[in-house]
Design a protein around this ligand. Sequence first.
Ligand SMILES: [Zn+2]
Length: 246
Amino acid sequence: MTSTLPNDNIKNIDEKITNKLVSEIIRDRIKSKGTRFSANDNIADFINPGELKVLEKEVASRIKDLLKSLVIDVDNDHNTQETAERVSKMYLNEVFKGRYHEQPKVTSFPNDKNLDEIYTVGPITVRSACSHHLVPILGECWIGIKPGSKVIGLSKFARVADWVFSRPHIQEEAVMILADEIEKLCEPKGLGIIVKAQHYCMKWRGVKEPNTSMINSVVRGDFRHDISLKQEFFELVRQQSSNNNY
Ligand SMILES: [Zn+2]
């Protein structure tokens, strides 16, 4: 294993002398702050500039070992010769980018006109992977907002949802984490989120049930306290689900 941290990126002398793997250095930093680093947590704040490239090499090396343990001839099988590097890049920069990369920039604006009618955005495509088997979860998400003091552009909901879901998850927690992030960004008076997704752990393996989906929702603020508002949210989503032409 040679994927240690290059000297010019090392700020802490202790990190320099230990010659640790970059994953260990990042993990130590997180632990020293007492922060959680579960599969669906974002750890971008603990990764210094340049370290992600080094981590990419370390992960590729581990995946190559995994392929060898699966008794695949990575030296002579032309199909798998660069698989380890591809999978490493895919994990760190695509399918799990929501762990290693910062949240996309979202500018919020003051709600000067005091908008207070609810609106929904959806369906937004969400792509994730289950924490248990690392196989895909693919689905759609609807977000309902009763505006508060701040507003954000409609496309930003899709960007934030993509960032939150691009981590290993269980669906129930993904919806809660997305709700937390949207509350931080625009402080709505009411918030509702519905996710309907298909889990490849059930389609591709296990019970092999191809058509089963899971739907879950979270409602907060006025959507939780006001039953008619909650019903209006579910009705708007029902209309968006049954007619995608508008
Ligand atoms: Zn699973």
